[in-house]
Design a protein around this ligand. Structure first.
Ligand code: PMP
Length: 410
């Protein structure tokens, strides 16, 4: 099999560095992937496939970091967005899709009695903290060490340019550690506004962990007895596990919930939702953004939710993801390479045994990329409903070859 040539991607990356600090920032830089083997820039996409600037085709298991649930260039979603764009997109006031989307979301998400709209996950996770603090009159917030809730100062993982004080009301627990949670609550008795959690633990660079019943019960129980709120950050899992929300899927009594990424199949919109009792406090928090009000993502979100329901997308990605996880475990074992597949099949993560620096993982994913399969070496992947069994089979064939190479190299 001829390996991909990515000359244009890397030339463009060098050029980007002249104009943009680090060329590309955040998780999209090739430095965070397998440098030299993953492409740096994408020219186009369709369904579950992307084509880089050199013209190479990939089956994309990052699904635009989770926004692509139904397929890129989805005819129904794009038609809905285009129909709004034909009437113009960003107005002085909200479009007439404001109420229809609010109705659609509140009738879809369990425990979501009202909603506010924004652009990014970070916008709404930060907003829900403010709502919890406004409602309870308390400042302290608990979160799980290593969980990603966005790029804002209180939650971003890197410290440059962020004074320590901006994280001073944040307390860290280990995910799935009820005793640790009890200790933090005890130490801050009467001062805790909220706990914010991802539905399950899906931090990068580690196996995913589903929440234990004991942990969920402890979170729900302590929130009730101590009077703090439960915020579920469903930005990454939302619309992939259960249509009514991942809090419902795992049994969290969420007071506030955050959605983004897949909810409009890639059109930029995020949403915070909450229980009725919190509506007044929510209304007292200042919240705004110039582009929060543009209409086409609203149209795309309504169409996306309808299409997830009509097409059975959630069941389909579960089935395909199960096939992928099983196939990869078997293929790794057949080549004598130990791998662990973790997390829900809709968004699996693969780790190599004895690979603390991710060298095997980076090598494996780099070789897969050079053969047309886009996998990430230390972030969970995503499965989308535009994939078919033939795509999974192709992926497993390439994976077998790459496991063989990995076994030889390490
Ligand atoms: N929360 C979670 C769980 C996320 O995965 C992300 C994005 N990766 C965010 C919040 C932040 O979302 P955004 O990048 O849209 O600001």
């Amino acid at each position: 099999m001829a390996l991909y040539d990515q000359t244009k991607s890397y030339a463009l990356f060098e050029e980007a560095k002249k104009y943009v600090p680090n060329g590309i920032y955040g998780a999209r830089t090739p430095n965070f992937l397998t440098f030299g083997s993953h492409p740096a820039f994408i020219a186009r996409g369709e369904g579950c496939r992307i084509w880089d600037v050199d013209g190479n085709e990939y089956i994309d298991y990052m699904c635009s970091f989770g926004t692509n649930l139904l397929g890129l260039k989805h005819p129904k979603i794009d038609a809905a967005a285009r129909a709004q764009m034909d009437k113009a997109d960003c107005f002085t006031l909200p479009s007439d899709l404001w109420v229809p989307l609010a109705k659609k979301m509140t009738s879809t998400i369990k425990g979501g009695d009202w909603c506010v709209f924004a652009k990014n996950g970070s916008d709404v996770t930060s907003y829900t903290l403010a709502v919890a603090r406004a409602f309870t009159g308390k400042w302290e917030v608990i979160l799980a060490k290593g969980s990603y809730h966005g790029a804002h100062p209180w939650c971003q993982p890197h410290g440059a340019g962020v004074p320590d004080e901006w994280k001073s009301h944040i307390h860290y627990i280990e995910y799935n550690d009820p005793e640790g949670l009890k200790k933090i609550v005890d130490a801050n008795r009467g001062k805790v506004a909220a706990i914010i959690l991802t539905p399950h633990q899906h931090d990068s660079m580690r196996d995913q962990e589903l929440p234990t019943k004991e942990f969920v019960d402890t979170v729900n129980g302590l929130a009730k007895s101590e009077g703090f709120l439960v915020i579920i950050d469903d930005i990454r899992c939302g619309f992939r596990l259960k249509l009514s929300g991942s809090a419902d899927h795992y049994g969290y009594n969420a007071d506030l919930q955050c959605f983004g990424k897949a909810m409009a199949n890639g059109y930029p919109i995020a949403i915070a939702m909450g229980r009725d009792e919190l509506k007044q406090a929510a209304g007292s928090v200042f919240f705004s953004g110039t582009h929060f009000f543009s209409g086409s993502p609203f149209a795309a979100a309504i169409a996306t939710i309808d299409e997830i329901k009509a097409s059975g997308a959630i069941e389909k990605i579960h089935k395909l993801g199960t096939m992928l996880m099983k196939g990869l475990s078997e293929a790794g074992a057949a080549e004598g390479v130990g791998v662990t597949l973790s997390g829900p099949p809709a968004m699996p993560y693969m780790n190599f045994a004895d690979d603390p620096l991710f060298e095997k993982n980076r090598y494996f994913c780099g070789e897969a990329a050079r053969r047309g399969i886009f996998l990430h070496p230390h972030h969970n992947w995503f499965v989308c409903a535009a994939m078919e069994e033939a795509d999974i089979k192709k992926t497993l064939n390439v994976a077998s070859e790459c496991f063989k190479l990995t076994a030889k190299k390490f």
